[in-house]
Design a protein around this ligand. Structure first.
Ligand code: ATP
Ligand code: MG
Length: 393
C-alpha cells in the first residue's frame, strides 16, 4: 500500500462524478476503488479517457443505489452510471482462473478484491486507488513497473494471451502510447501466440483498432502491429500494402491523423478513420486498372472499385457496422468528385448533396497535407461548403 506522499496522485485530478460514485458505494457499506486505466494515467500525469470503478457491490445492488444506472453486457456484466454525456463504469470484483488457458467466453464470477486484480491484463492496469485513504493498493508490482516503464502480464503470459487474445493488441497499444518496454516473457508469448488473435470476437478487435485510430498514437501502434505480425492476420490486404514501400503513404496518413487528434483534442470520425486506411489501396488499384486508358475512369467505375476495395480490405473477419461502412464508402467515392475546377467558371459546380460531404472534405484535407497539389481543391471546396455547414447547425 503506497501512501499519498509516495505515489503523489493528486485527488483533485479525479473526476468529481467518479469520486461521488465511490463515496456513495462506500457509504452504502461496500468497498469501492478507482481501478485500471484511470489510476495508471493519473500516476503517469496523463489525462485518463475514462474512470472505471471496481466494487464489492453486485450489479443489482449498484442499480439500487444509483437512479442514473443501467446494467449492460452479457460476456461481462457491469453497471453504467450516467452523468450527462459521461459514463462511469462500475464493475463488481470478480475472480478469474489464471491457470486455465481456455478462451474466456463469460466473466461473471464474483470474487475478492485481490482476485479482481489477478484477472486483469497487465501489472500497470492492476492498481486500485482508495479515495477515502488516498492510497494506492498494489497486489502485482504494478507501481514499480509503472515507474520503470515495464509492460508485463499479470500471471503467465502464454496462458493470459490464450485466454483472451485481445490482450496482445492491448499490449501493443500501451507500448505505442507510453513507449514502455515489453518484458521478455511477455514478448515471447506475444510472438508465439499471435495466431490466436483470430479466435477473438471481431467486434472487440475492431473496437480496439478504432480506439487506437482515435488515440493520437495510431502511427506507432500500426507499426508495432505490423512488426509483430498481428495486422497481417487481421487485415491482410492493408497489411500487405503497408509492408511494401508504398505503405509509407498509410503511415503518413496516420501521422496526419495523430496530429489532428492531438492538436484538436478530439478524435476524427470513425468512418473517416476507416476510409484513411483504405484510400491508398484504392488509389493504387485505380491506377493499375486504368493505366493503359486515355480516359479517366468514370464515376460508375470508381464506385464499383470502392466497394470492391472496402470488401477486400476488411475481408470476412470484420463485420463493420452497416452505417459505418456506408459512410466510409461514400467518403472514399467523394474523393473523386472533390477536384478543383480546371478553369475559371462563371457558375458554381453542382455540390454533391451528401451528409458525408464534410467528412469527405476532411479526408481531402488530410491528403493535401501529404500531397500539396491538392491544396487548391481543399480551399475551393471549403469556401463552397462553409455556408452549407453553418445552415445545418
Ligand atoms: P484506455 O485508456 O484505452 O481506456 P484501459 O486500460 O483503461 O485503457 P479499458 O478497456 O478501459 O482499458 O479497461 C479498463 C481496465 O479493465 C483495464 O485497465 C484492465 O485492468 C481491465 N481490462 C480491460 N481489458 C481487459 C482484458 N482483455 N483482460 C483483462 N483485463 C482487462
Ligand atoms: Mg479505460
Amino acid at each position: 500500500i503506497y501512501p499519498q506522499d509516495v505515489h503523489q496522485l493528486d485527488i483533485r485530478t479525479i473526476d468529481k462524478d467518479a469520486l461521488y460514485v465511490l463515496e456513495r458505494l462506500t457509504a452504502s457499506g461496500h468497498v469501492a476503488y478507482l481501478v485500471g486505466g484511470g489510476v495508471r494515467d493519473l500516476l503517469l500525469k496523463k489525462k485518463p479517457k475514462d474512470f472505471d470503478i471496481s466494487t464489492s457491490a453486485e450489479p443489482e445492488e449498484i442499480k439500487k443505489i444509483f437512479r442514473n444506472c443501467i446494467l449492460i453486457g452479457r460476456r461481462f456484466r457491469l453497471a453504467h452510471i450516467r452523468f450527462g454525456k459521461k459514463v462511469i463504469e462500475v464493475s463488481t470484483f470478480r475472480s478469474g482462473d489464471n491457470e486455465n488457458d481456455a478462451l474466456i467466453l463469460r466473466d461473471n464470477v464474483w470474487g475478492s478484491q485481490e482476485e479482481d486484480v489477478l484477472r486483469r491484463d497487465f501489472t500497470i492496469n492492476g492498481l486500485f486507488y482508495d479515495a477515502a485513504r488516498q492510497t494506492v493498493i498494489d497486489y502485482v508490482g504494478g507501481f514499480p513497473d509503472l515507474e520503470k516503464g515495464h509492460l508485463r502480464t499479470i500471471g503467465q503470459p502464454f496462458i493470459r494471451f490464450k485466454q483472451d487474445p485481445v490482450r496482445m493488441i492491448r499490449l501493443l497499444k500501451f507500448r505505442a502510447r507510453f513507449g514502455f518496454e515489453i518484458d521478455h516473457d511477455t514478448r515471447l508469448a506475444l510472438i508465439e501466440s499471435k495466431h490466436e488473435i483470430l479466435k477473438s470476437s471481431s467486434a472487440r478487435i475492431l473496437e480496439e483498432l478504432l480506439r487506437m485510430l482515435e488515440s493520437g498514437a495510431s502511427e506507432p501502434f500500426f507499426r508495432l502491429m505490423i512488426e509483430y505480425g498481428l495486422l497481417q492476420l487481421m487485415l491482410p490486404a492493408v497489411a500487405g500494402f503497408m509492408e511494401e514501400e508504398e505503405g509509407a503513404q498509410i503511415y503518413s496518413f496516420l501521422q496526419a491523423v495523430d496530429e489532428y487528434t492531438l492538436t484538436q483534442d478530439e478524435p476524427l470520425d470513425r468512418a473517416l478513420l476507416l476510409a484513411v486506411l483504405v484510400f491508398p489501396l484504392l488509389e493504387k488499384r485505380l491506377i493499375v486498372l486504368y493505366a493503359g486508358r486515355d480516359k479517366p475512369p468514370h464515376l460508375g467505375e470508381i464506385q464499383k472499385e470502392v466497394l470492391h476495395i472496402v470488401r477486400e480490405a476488411f475481408g470476412s473477419f470484420f463485420l463493420i457496422p452497416k452505417r459505418l461502412k456506408i459512410i466510409a464508402t461514400t467518403i472514399l467515392f467523394l474523393q473523386f468528385r472533390l477536384n478543383a475546377p480546371e478553369k475559371k467558371r462563371s457558375r458554381p459546380p453542382r455540390i454533391p448533396q451528401d451528409p458525408s460531404l464534410s467528412l469527405a472534405l476532411k479526408l481531402l484535407t488530410l491528403r493535401s497535407q501529404i500531397n500539396n497539389s491538392l491544396a487548391k481543391a481543399v480551399e475551393y471546396w471549403q469556401e463552397l461548403i462553409k455556408p452549407l455547414d453553418s445552415s445545418s447547425e
